[in-house]
Structures are given as C-alpha cells and as structure tokens.
Design a protein around this ligand. Sequence first.
Ligand code: ATP
Ligand code: MG
Ligand code: MG
Length: 571
Amino acid sequence: PIDPNSMFKEGFLKSVYNEKPAEQVVTRFPPEPNGFLHIGHSKAIAINFGFARYHGGVCYLRFDDTNPEAEEEKYFTAIQSIIEWLGFKPFKVTYSSDNFDRLYELAESLIKRDGAYVCHCSDTEIKLQKGGETHGPRYACPHRDRPTDESLAEFRAMRAGKYKPREAFLRMKQDLQDGNPQMWDLAAYRILEAKHHRTGDKWRIYPTYDFTHCLCDSFEDISHSLCTTEFQLSRISYEWLCDAVEIYKPMQREYGRLNVTGTVLSKRKIARLVNEGIVRDWDDPRLFTLIALRRRGIPPGAILSFVNELGVSTALTNIQIVRFEQSVRRYLEQTVPRLMLVLDPIKVIIDDLPEDHYEEVELPFGKDPKMGVHSVPFTKTVYIDRSDFREIDSKDYFRLAPGKSVGLMKVPFPIKATTFEKDDAGLVTVVHATYEKPEEGAAMKKPKTFIHWVADSRERDSPFKVEVRSFNSLFKSENPDAAEGGFIKDINPNSEEIYPNAMIEIGLKEIRSRAPWPEDEGEKDVANKDAGLETVRFQGMRVAYFSMDKDSTGERPVLNRIVGLKEDSGK
Ligand code: ATP
Ligand code: MG
Ligand code: MG
C-alpha cells in the first residue's frame, strides 16, 4: 500500500515548507475556467489541496476568470465537481473577478507611484522594443516617460470607453536593464469588448494574468503559491508587483508539470477530436481529461496514488500511458471485487447433466475475506469465452478442445468437450461436453486450468447480457504531435472494440447494491452521481477490470474496460 502523503514528507514539497513553516498554510488551485481539466491538472490539485491538508491548512479554489472571451459556465461546474470527486473540498470558492474593484484601485495606485503608464504601441512595435538578434537592442517605449497624471487620465479614459481594443493598455514600469523578459514592462490591463459572466458590462478593461495572479494570492493571504515551472521566470514580476504596491508578498515556488505521452491534452486538439466525431465527447474514455478518466472507471484514489508515486520535483515528468495504467491496476487489484464475465460467449451444453440440473457454487468476491462471498447457479448450459475453446486440440493447449477437459472456476468437477456445432459462417455456436464426475471412490483428475463461465438459469436471471467497450490507445505513436500529417493522422483505427453480446454473472446485482467500491471512497463518489455515473467497478476474472458506463440503461448495462489484468492484455 502506498502512503498517500509521502510526497509531502520529503523532497521538493518538504523543502518548500521548510523555507516558510507557516502557522497557517494557505494554498490555492487557480484554474482558468476555459476548458475541462486533464490528468496533468490532477498533479496541481493533489499538490495544492494535499499540501494544505497535510499541514493542517486550507486551500482555495480560485477561478482565474480574467479572460471573459474564453470562459463558459459549464467549465466552472465541471471543475468544481471533479475536484470534489478527487476527494478535496475547497476552503472557499473564489473568483479573480471578485477583486476587479480592488485590482483597479491598485492599478491607479501603481500609476500614481510612477510604476505604470498607458501605452499606445502596436504589437509589432512592442516586439521591436524587446530587442533581439535581428532587430537590435532593447529600448523604452515613447509613452514610458509621460507624466503620471496623464497616464492616470488615460487609464480612466480606457475604462470609460474612449479606446477600442489594442488602442491603449496599461504597462508596468519595471526594469528594462534586467535580463529577464518578465521585467520588460509587462501589460497590466487591456481593453476587451466582452461581457463578463460575473461582472457583465461593468468593465471594458481587464487585468492580465501577470497583474492579477500575485495580487489575488496576496489578498487571500496565500502562504505558499505553488505553480508549474513555466512560471519560474515570472517569479520576479510577481514579487516586483507586490513590492511596488506595498502589500503582503506570498512565496511562489515552481514544480515540474506532469505530461502524459501517447495522447494529446491540449484543449484545441481535444476539441478537434470531438468535433470530427473521432471520440464521443470530452469524457470519452480514451481521452485523458479527468472527466474521461472518471467515466472510464478509474478510481479517484488511483489517480492520487499515481501522482504521489511519481513524487514532486522541479523536473518535467513525461509519463507513458502504460505507466499510469500500471498504477491504476495496482490500485484496483487491492480494492475491487471479482466477478465472472464472458466477453464473447459460446454455449456449452453438458449433455450428461439432467435438463433441470441446478446447483449453487460459492464464489468469493476477492482474496480478502472481508469482501465476502456470493453464490452463482451452475446448470446444464453454461457460456464460456470463445478464446477458451479450440476446434483442434494440441499438446501445449490446456483449455477446452474436443477430447480435452478443463475446470470451470469453483465447479466441483471438470467438463470434457466431445463435439461442436458451427453456423454457416463457420463460427462455433455450441460445444457439447460431459461432466467428469468420477465414479464413487475414484479419484478426480485435477484440471490444469480453470476457466471463467456463466450459467444459463432462468430462475436466477442468469446471465445478464451486457455490452462491453474495450479501449486501446487512441493514437498509434508515443508522440502523436510529431506524426506525419499531425496527431489527426495518428489515430489508431482499433482504439475501441465492442463486445455486444458479453455476459456477466448475477454477482453484478450484489456489487451494484453494495457500491461504491472501494467502500471508503463513498464520499468522493458522490460526485459520480452528479455526473450520472454509477460507481461500479470489478475485476472480470481472467479478463480485465471493468466499470459501468453512463450509457447503461436498466435493460442493458454498458461496461468499460478500465485496464487489463496485465500490461498489454486486450490489445
Ligand atoms: P493547459 O495549458 O493544459 O490549458 P493551463 O496551465 O492553461 O493548462 P490552468 O487552468 O491555468 O491551465 O491550470 C490551473 C493550474 O494547473 C495551474 O496552476 C497550472 O500550472 C496547473 N497545471 C496545468 N497543467 C498542468 C500539468 N500538466 N501538470 C501540472 N500542473 C498543471
Ligand atoms: Mg494557465
Ligand atoms: Mg490555459
């Protein structure tokens, strides 16, 4: 078992804490509400919420909603629900936009301190001002030296609607001599003719990330502002601005992003997969958005232990999908119950059993006796998987074939195949077998292999028919973006296999009534219900791990294959 807090006990996060052992740890997770979160974000969530929890502090969920053009209501709800699903409860849900008035006041104050000016340069001009090998040294903008009261008047005019977007913006007056581009008079406010989902038409000017983030951190008394390493260079402007307006300065520290290879995570690319009908939607189980992982049946605890296993440092972590799946598999192995499920059934008639033969065999739900047992019927007709039967036997084959016997899991005696029937297409439809019950006093020959099966029993409503969706990698290569013709040309044509006639034993009913599994995840899985998902996960013995998909109906459950039992199985 993995200690869910080991990442806070040593290494990067420990040293961050040691630098500033705060009496009250306060962190924040600050997503932009412009898309669904993906597996990479789970690291940021685990770090920020986990760090606070570990040190007895609190963590805000702060929507960084300063870009009204890209924001949509549905993302706010989706983000909140997925955080809850991961098992975290924000101390408070806040919005950068709640601070628009206060930010505006600080902008005026910065101008008055000669720390900002209104600039009218075009994008091209600004690029030139930054200097570079091809266009000479860095130089100051002509507006930089305008009097502060002129900038103040112009800033108010920007707010009042005198200018169109791009005609004016507020720039911080930093240090052009500094080697760090984050000190080259960054934009603080820009004009956007967009209605904001919370402040409506009140504002025509919106603060930038560089202006907003550090000040909102300060307003919320964030003790440790943890972000990804792309913001390493921004630490200087973060600190510069807090100092310039003389307010409390939180400590920013940067950790490495989590990247998963063999898939795409960018919003634009996933949008294209959805729009072109390559996947069902943003929650298609082949994707690595968090709503997709949830739909596929990955338990939230497995995602957290994966992040914890990887540990945290400043290095970028590139992880292959198989490595993630290993981690999920280890987690499921220890937590979910076992059932018998047949993906592609063939009927087996045990000819020498009486028509009405009925007995019950007891099946444990797992190795751990605490998981309990259940009974399933055993009758004259059973179904086994097509892959467990061969028309022609061979010496090195140990499952069912004419003349060969095999054990049915937990059934007292083996069965031996005699003959079989085929349809016009040459597909085996029925296998005939005999029950190998030894004569009184004779010893039973123990079969080499036991296979899974489900019985035909009308009394017990067995089997349940289900549709199974088995997923393989959505892309053929490890780096879809580098594929010739781009990621869209790298789609794996066999990324989904459907088994429309799969059958499952009656234990499904019981595990549905006892869900969620693992039981201690009950609270987190409340969020599954909101998403229309029933939290049912199990191991189909000898097959794979499965969950119940949201496309399930009363008559027809749809199961998702979460991961195989071993690496590569099912591919
Ligand atoms: P993307 O570029 O994938 O859209 P983002 O950084 O723009 O992601 P935000 O909504 O700003 O998305 O992310 C919220 C928080 O999650 C930020 O603190 C960001 O640094 C962090 N985060 C985003 N992606 C990752 C990742 N791959 N690994 C770890 N943390 C991440
Ligand atoms: Mg961002
Ligand atoms: Mg973004």
